[in-house]
Ligand binder design. Structure first.
Ligand code: KNH
Length: 156
């Protein structure tokens, strides 16, 4: 149950930040937060990461629906086993729904977190993407830790 609340929190923060960007910024307007590193840039992406599959909304709806069903199944089945697994699943659920709302409402995703690493400009992303990536990393750590744990026991 707690993990659904986490997903809801992610969705609310994601939608509020996107709404603030849409209401207060012109498209492509950029506000420096930390010069040469972090900017808030109003951006739209009709695709997935790096703009791949732009405009393929039906594909995105299907993939996102599958992601949501699979995540809910795993939360029901495994979240009681590992708190961090549940947190990771909740973050991915929230992130997927956050971008899903944009795709349903605008057929594109609102992005605004614009980061530069030296001369490399990382693709502009949003809170939902951050939750998705952090969720994926968290689950990766839990799964790897468990594998190592099992391996250690076998060696005993
Ligand atoms: C984060 C997944 C992307 C997110 O997937 C979603 O919505 C899911 C729920 C539904 C997709 C239709 C299906 C997954 C596609 C997988 C994918 O794409 C490979 C991802 C690799 C990943 C390593 C883990 C890199 C990360 C990149 C970025 C995020 O870095 C923080 C750059 C984000 C910017 O290009 C920004 O414009 C993207 C825009 O906001 C729309 N976002 C999406 O499509």
């Amino acid at each position: 149950m707690l993990y659904y609340l986490l997903a809801l929190l992610v969705i609310i923060i994601d939608q509020v930040t996107k709404w603030l960007v849409m209401m207060n910024m012109e498209l492509r307007e950029s506000i420096p937060i930390i010069d040469n590193f972090l900017y808030i840039t109003s951006h739209r992406n009709p695709g997935a990461a790096w703009g791949i599959l732009a405009g393929q909304m039906t594909f995105f709806y299907i993939i996102t629906a599958i992601v949501i069903v699979v995540i809910i199944y795993y939360i029901k089945k495994y979240a009681h086993e590992s708190k961090w697994l549940g947190v990771g699943l909740g973050l991915i659920l929230g992130g997927a729904i956050g971008n899903f709302i944009d795709r349903l409402a605008y057929q594109e995703v609102v992005d605004f977190i614009d980061m530069y690493f030296g001369s490399y400009s990382y693709p502009i992303f949003n809170v939902a993407d951050s939750a998705l990536v952090i969720g994926v990393i968290l689950i990766g750590i839990v799964v790897l830790k468990e594998d190592f744990g099992k391996g250690a026991k076998k060696d005993d």
